[in-house]
Write a protein of this length. Structure first.
Length: 422
C-alpha cells in the first residue's frame, strides 16, 4: 500500500509529488506528464505569467524555470514571455529530476477501501493508497455556454480542444470570450490564415500593462508591490496570502474567486491582436442553429439590436468551472458525500487542502473557492505543495495512532494493518 497516490502530473501534481518524495512518503504518481500543456494548448502560445512566478515547487528550490532556461539556451527573465513549448519541456524536465517515475496511465476510479482508497487504472490494474491527492488540472471542468448546446461537435469546440489551429486556414471562425485565451486564440487563427472574429459580452477589452521593473524605488514598490499575479496590493494578497483568504467567509471567498483578476489580455499580445482581428463587443449569445455546413448565431446588443452572424466554426474560450460532479473517477457515493463550499460545487477543504473525507486531498482549480485566485495559476503550486504535504503527514500519522482505549488500564493496542498492492 502506498502512503499517497497523486492523480495528475501537471504543475500542481508534480509539485506535490516532489514535496511528498522529499518527505520520505511512499508515493505513486499517475497521469500524462504536463498533459494540458502538451495536448490542449495551440502551438505558438506564450505563458502569461512572469517567468519568476512560474516555477514548479520542490523543497530544495533547485529545479526552477530559470535554471532550466540556463541549461537549454534561453533566458527566463522578467518582462520576456516564455513560449508554452518551453514551459512544457520545463515541466517534463522537473518531473525527471524531482519526482519518482510517473505512471502515465489514466486512473478511472477512486473509492474508499479498508481505511484508505482503492484506485483502478484504465487497463484494470488496482492499487491501494492510504491517502489520495486529486490534482487533475482544468480539463475536466471545461465550460461551453449552454446557448451552444445541440450544435454539432464538429462545428463547436472549446479553446482547450486545439493543438493545431492551422486546420482552420481560410475558414470563418467565431471566438467567444474576452480573456487571454480568447484573444490569443483569435490572434493565432489570423496568423495561420483563418478568418476569425471575436464576440464578447464585455463592452470593451481589458489589457494588462507592461510590467514595471523589478528594481524600483521603495516608494513605488510600497504603492504597488510585485506579486506572482501582477502588480498592486490586491494582487499581492491573492498571490502571497492564500491562507488568509481561506479564513474569509465562504460568500466572500466565492466572490473573490469568481471576480478577481478578471478577463484581460497580455500586454505583449495587444498589437498583434488589434491589427488583424475584428470584434463584436457588448453582444450576448442567444443560441445557435446549424444548416448546410454553417452556423447562425443570434446575438443581443444592449441597445436592443439582435444581429445574427454566420460562421463555419465556433471556439468557446469561456474558461473552466470547478465542479465536483465532473470528477467521474470518484466513487459516486464518495463524491456525493463531500461537503462543498458555499453555493458552488467545489469541495470544502481545511487549511491543509484535505476534504471532509479523511485522507482525500485536492489541488488546483477546485481549491480556488477556498484559497483564492492564485490556485488558478502555476504560482499557487508552491503554497499548495508545502501546505498539502504537511496535511498528508498529519493524516498518515493519525492513521497509525492506536484507538482510544475504553479504560486507562486496558493494555490493548491495535497495530496498523499492513497494506498490499493488488
Amino acid at each position: 500500500m502506498y502512503d499517497v497516490a497523486v492523480i495528475g502530473a501537471g504543475p500542481y501534481g508534480l509539485s506535490v509529488a516532489a514535496h511528498a518524495a522529499a518527505a520520505g512518503l511512499r508515493l505513486r504518481v499517475f497521469g500524462r506528464t504536463m498533459a494540458s500543456w502538451r495536448d490542449h494548448m495551440p502551438a505558438g502560445m506564450f505563458l502569461k505569467s512572469e517567468p519568476w512566478a512560474s516555477h514548479l515547487s520542490d523543497p530544495s528550490g533547485e529545479h526552477t524555470l530559470g535554471r532550466f532556461g540556463a541549461e537549454h539556451g534561453f533566458e527566463a527573465v522578467h518582462g520576456s514571455p516564455i513560449p508554452i513549448e518551453s514551459f512544457t519541456e520545463y515541466g517534463m524536465w522537473f518531473a525527471r529530476r524531482a519526482v519518482p517515475a510517473v505512471d502515465e496511465r489514466t486512473v478511472t476510479r477512486v473509492a474508499p477501501a479498508g481505511g484508505g482508497f482503492l484506485l483502478r487504472t484504465e487497463d484494470g490494474e488496482e492499487f491501494r493508497a492510504r491517502t489520495v491527492v486529486l490534482a487533475v488540472g482544468v480539463m475536466p471542468f471545461v465550460h461551453v455556454p449552454g446557448e451552444l448546446a445541440g450544435l454539432p461537435d464538429t462545428r463547436v469546440s472549446h479553446s482547450s480542444g486545439h493543438r493545431d489551429l492551422g486546420v482552420f486556414r481560410h475558414r470563418h471562425v467565431t471566438v467567444i470570450g474576452a480573456g487571454q485565451a480568447a484573444l490569443e486564440t483569435a490572434t493565432l487563427l489570423a496568423e495561420q490564415g483563418a478568418r476569425p472574429r471575436l464576440v464578447a459580452r464585455a463592452a470593451r477589452l481589458n489589457w494588462n500593462t507592461p510590467p514595471e521593473p523589478l528594481g524600483r524605488g521603495a516608494l513605488r514598490s510600497l504603492r504597488a508591490p510585485h506579486s506572482g499575479l501582477g502588480t498592486g496590493w490586491s494582487s499581492w494578497v491573492w498571490s502571497e496570502l492564500p491562507g488568509a483568504v481561506s479564513r474569509l467567509p465562504a460568500a466572500t471567498r466565492e466572490h473573490i474567486a469568481r471576480t478577481a483578476l478578471g478577463p484581460a489580455g497580455a500586454w505583449w499580445l495587444r498589437e498583434r491582436y488589434e491589427r488583424q482581428v475584428p470584434a463584436l463587443l457588448g453582444h450576448e449569445l442567444r443560441g445557435g442553429t446549424y444548416r448546410d455546413g454553417r452556423i447562425q448565431l443570434p446575438l443581443y446588443e444592449a441597445g436592443g439590436a439582435t444581429p445574427t452572424i454566420d460562421t463555419e466554426h465556433v471556439i468557446a474560450a469561456t474558461g473552466f468551472t470547478p465542479d465536483l460532479d465532473r470528477l467521474t473517477l470518484l466513487d459516486p457515493a464518495l463524491r456525493g458525500a463531500l461537503a462543498t463550499v458555499g453555493t458552488g460545487r467545489a469541495p470544502r477543504l481545511n487549511s491543509r487542502f484535505e476534504s471532509t473525507h479523511p485522507g482525500l486531498f485536492f489541488a488546483g482549480l477546485l481549491t480556488a473557492p477556498t484559497f483564492g485566485p492564485s490556485m488558478r495559476f502555476v504560482h499557487g503550486a508552491a503554497f499548495t505543495a508545502h501546505r498539502l504535504v504537511s496535511g498528508l503527514r498529519t493524516r498518515l500519522r493519525a492513521s497509525f495512532l492506536p484507538p482510544r482505549l475504553p479504560r486507562p488500564t486496558d493494555p490493548t493496542r491495535q497495530a496498523p494493518a499492513r497494506g498490499v498492492r493488488n
